[in-house]
Design a protein around this ligand. Sequence first.
Ligand SMILES: Nc1ncnc2c1ncn2[C@@H]1O[C@H](COP(=O)(O)OP(=O)(O)OP(=O)(O)O)[C@@H](O)[C@H]1O
Ligand SMILES: [Mg+2]
Length: 322
Amino acid sequence: MTLIAETKNLTRRYGTSLAIDNINLEIPQSAIYGFIGPNGAGKTTTMRILTTLLLPTSGQAWVAGHSVTREPLAVRRMVGFMPDFFGVYDNMKSWEYLEFFAAAYGVPAARRSNLIGELLELVDLGHKRDAYVMDLSRGMKQRLSLARTMAHNPELLILDEPASGLDPRARVELRELLKELQALGKTIMISSHILTELAEVCTHIGIIENGHLLASGDVQTIMRSLQPHRIYEVHLLSDLAAAAALVVDMPGVLDVRVLSEAMPPMIQIDHEGDDQSVSAVLQRLISGGAVVTHFAGQVSDLEEVFMRVTAQHVQPQPAGAG
Ligand SMILES: Nc1ncnc2c1ncn2[C@@H]1O[C@H](COP(=O)(O)OP(=O)(O)OP(=O)(O)O)[C@@H](O)[C@H]1O
Ligand SMILES: [Mg+2]
């Protein structure tokens, strides 16, 4: 696994307050890495360090092997950053805006005109080429801002809350665009405080809260590690209690509930263990004569996992605090 971005014990203080505390991130090449956490968690701080806009207090960060503190210019060539706000650009047309940034990034003049056309097409703003930036809708500004981050063809795109303020349709379009960019070989780090917004597109996630990274890795691994215990629903045409009795003492089975009033009638098995032991439970049911029509683990989505992880870290307020 090649890492495009990595941090080791990355720490940043503002005065005496600790914004991020010993963060160890690994972002593999070609990932869509969702960086998720509530307001004030430290997302923007981490992203600004990775883009060399902010120095760490201690610890290190690398992009494509280049240190953000020792080789900031090399890092900047590799990274495109979309900040969480859109600056004010009076009297500037969309194409002029991109021209300005392409020139700033050192794209040769002869190449710029084609590049601007390509970028506007990519973000679906070809028809707004001559519109003034200030007259674009918020979603269009976001897309123009995204186009700008790609002007120097960076390997890694760091997008700070690109979906905030977008309507549902624009959010869907943004997700599609992210997938397109990934298909073009880009790696994307994208922050949000809303997990469902990212659940569908992310290959990896990091969950940050209060400056601490609570979980990080590929989506499947995180889901599995956070739900060691799962509930399996078994629908049966045969006697429920008899089926429950077959499996109640098996390894990994924590509890079995008989839900004869449910539609359809079922048993629910609380299970903790690997796939082998799940499979053994099903085999025992069948060989014991149970007539199974459905056997499936309840799915919990990323949102649920997020709530569970962050809930474990909620600090109780001391009495009288406020
Ligand atoms: N320039 C600054 N000066 C002092 N404190 C700051 C500064 N920038 C951020 N902080 C503090 O650092 C912590 C992390 O802020 P950061 O902006 O990184 O969070 P975030 O996860 O991006 O939040 P949001 O979802 O609101 O954008 C917060 O407690 C914030 O108050
Ligand atoms: Mg932020």
